[in-house]
Design a protein around this ligand. Structure first.
Ligand code: SAM
Ligand code: ZN
Length: 281
């Protein structure tokens, strides 16, 4: 039997789920055509790329996030540093969800790790990121997900489509999230806490303010948006292989800031908080 191309598999999967899309230009319903176009009634059209993702940006956007950063992120996540985060998020999501959107999904490993831990293996996972390099990396490694290049501020999805919105270490757009969530949907936002990657930050930012995170404003904004909020702190240390240290440096914007040669680590702290908000419309 002839092997189906990656693009064809993506076309089929997006077609099965095309009720999720809405045109980022005119907000009209969209349809996925056999030949791999996502189109609205006004003929705004977006092509599914051969790598299996679709770019919904109407003008190119420059991103500081490079292919190497995303490849490094994938290696670090694959090494298991975030497994416990994935376990906890999967628990919060529970069993009955059908659709999950990861906003600012980067190279997609968090979405894939979390979906893989759900009992409902049929749940549809969708990732959106403004960085094309991130989405190309996601599409290169992971099939059976919908990968979209797009801007959170004008996302290509239909209102009230998602049971869960993930927002992991990424910027948020709450008006858009509320538009996209189903009436009893949940948003799960992950924010770094004071110990997050502290072994690395201590060596990069000696005596600097940037050594510490404060997230008071982020948390306050979150409470202003959602009537029901639950918080859960997830803190643990993980050993890290020497070979992975350069990848850990490269995967974070910390690597942009300072001299990173000579950094020596054998363990790293993951210290994150989940903010879980419910709409209850
Ligand atoms: C620190 S990275 C986190 C990526 C991923 N969630 C992770 O934890 O590995 C922040 C991500 O947000 C994305 N981002 C920033 N602004 C965005 C926007 N307006 N729309 C969509 N994605 C955006 C960036 O491209 C980047 O991939
Ligand atoms: Zn349109």
């Amino acid at each position: 039997m002839e092997k189906r191309s990656k693009r064809q598999n993506s076309i089929d999967y997006m077609k099965e789920n095309d009720r999720l899309f809405s045109c980022p230009i005119c907000n009209g319903a969209m349809e996925v055509l056999e030949q791999g176009e996502v189109v609205c009634g006004n003929r705004h059209s977006f092509t599914i790329a051969k790598q299996g993702y679709v770019n919904f940006l109407t003008k190119p956007v420059r991103s500081m996030y490079t292919k190497n950063l995303f490849e490094s992120r994938k290696m670090v996540i694959d090494a298991g540093l975030y497994n416990e985060l994935h376990n906890q998020i999967a628990k919060v999501i529970g069993d009955s969800v059908q659709t999950i959107l990861d906003t600012g999904c980067g190279e997609g490993s968090h979405l894939v790790g979390i979906c893989g831990r759900l009992n409902n293996k049929e749940a549809v996972g969708v990732g959106i990121d403004i960085a094309k390099e991130g989405i190309m990396t996601a599409a290169k490694y992971y099939e059976k997900k919908i990968w979209c290049v797009g801007d959170l501020a004008s996302s290509p999805f239909r209102e009230r489509s998602f049971d869960v919105i993930l927002n992991i270490l990424s910027p948020a757009n709450y008006d858009e999230f509320k538009r996209l969530l189903k009436s009893d949907g949940k948003i799960i936002k992950v924010v770094p806490q004071s110990g997050y990657l502290m072994e690395l930050r201590k060596q990069i930012f000696v005596d600097s303010e940037k050594e510490n995170y404060t997230n008071e404003r982020t948390v306050k904004r979150f409470y202003e948006q959602f009537p029901y909020v639950q918080r859960q702190r997830i803190t643990y240390k993980m050993p890290i292989e020497k070979d992975l240290v350069p990848r850990l440096i490269e995967m974070t914007p910390l690597g942009w800031h300072a001299e990173t040669r000579g950094i020596d680590l054998n363990e790293v702290t993951i210290d994150l908080e989940l903010l879980v908000g419910e709409c209850q419309r």
